[in-house]
Design a protein around this ligand. Structure first.
Ligand code: AMP
Length: 286
């Protein structure tokens, strides 16, 4: 059945802030789901969780240039704004923040974030400057939208750890909610970048999840280093899967663990190239 809900699309900061303030004045609880568009069921799961927990859900679509570390990656990032808006409307999210780049970045930003050890490993190590751009845009969006709760995917586990630190250190009065990874039937984690893969590439990419499951099972009998090597070898044997890193870390501190015993929540995290497209995935194991 087609929904008859109308979308409210805000392009300007003032207009959105005035609207949010008036809704807050009426006592509304606001949930926020930031995205870069090219929406899929993973994004929609965040929207659905927010809709269930709040009176109003605001989604933003903004391909944030400062978090890209390669200009070709930014240029090729998939865009499908009309389809995205229709997906949001169908899901029941009727308020969308859709700013222009000049609205979010009227001047070249000069502020720099440093998250100590959190942004020096995994994604931070291989995409230097990426989390500076993430922290910058999330801070701006949090100030503009000022939601009560904000929803992020476990898919970007390191991003969640860094945004948690941002919220804690800067006293943003926002509760963060981490939502589980939505996967294709093949196990492939849904991602906007999957659109850039051929069917064969998607098939190959599903090996990442198989590798994570293999690692989880192997950890029951073998040590961390041995497991990491075995899984990198397993992925290497798939053909066309080029692992950039595979790490086993505590999800909050992102510290690499040497022994699974006595640790807090632990995840196996992987980044790999398939058909020249960089994908990430992870699996929480305890
Ligand atoms: P992006 O548009 O890639 O910046 O993602 C926007 C939000 O959706 C982030 O919080 C992501 O972690 C989350 N997300 C992306 N893919 C998935 C997925 N497969 N399952 C759940 N959440 C996801």
């Amino acid at each position: 059945m087609m929904s008859t809900l109308e979308l409210s699309i805000f392009k300007e900061i003032d207009a959105l802030q005035n609207w949010v303030n008036s809704k807050k004045g009426e006592g509304a609880q606001i949930g926020f789901v930031p995205t870069m568009g090219a929406l899929h069921k993973g994004h929609i799961s965040l929207i659905e969780t927010s809709l269930a927990e709040n009176d109003i859900t605001i989604s933003s679509i903004f391909v944030n240039p400062t978090q890209f570390t390669s200009s070709s990656d930014l240029k090729n990032y998939p865009k499908s704004i009309d389809k995205d808006l229709e997906m949001l409307r169908k899901a029941g999210c009727t308020t969308v923040f859709l700013p222009e780049e000049t609205t979010m970045y009227p001047k070249k930003p000069e502020i720099k974030f440093d998250f100590a050890t959190l942004d020096k490993t995994m994604e931070g190590e291989h995409r230097p400057g990426h989390f500076n751009g993430v922290a910058l845009i999330v801070s701006k969006l949090f100030h503009i939208v000022s939601p009560h709760k904000a929803y992020f995917g476990q898919k970007d586990l390191q991003q969640f750890a860094i945004i948690s630190k941002l919220v804690e250190d800067l006293h943003f009065p926002i509760k963060l909610v981490r939502c589980p990874i939505v996967r294709e039937d093949s196990g492939l984690a849904m991602s906007s970048r999957n659109r850039l893969l051929t069917d064969e590439g998607k098939e190959k990419a599903s090996a990442l999840y198989k590798g994570l499951i293999y690692a989880k099972n192997l950890l029951e009998e073998k040590g961390v280093e041995e497991v990491k090597q075995a899984v990198v070898d397993f992925l290497g044997r798939q053909g066309g899967v080029y692992v950039e890193y595979l790490e086993i870390v505590e999800t909050k501190s992102l510290k690499k663990i040497e022994n699974i015993e006595g640790t807090n929540e632990v995840a196996i995290c992987v980044a790999a190239y398939i058909e020249g497209i960089r994908l990430i995935d992870n699996l929480i194991i305890n």
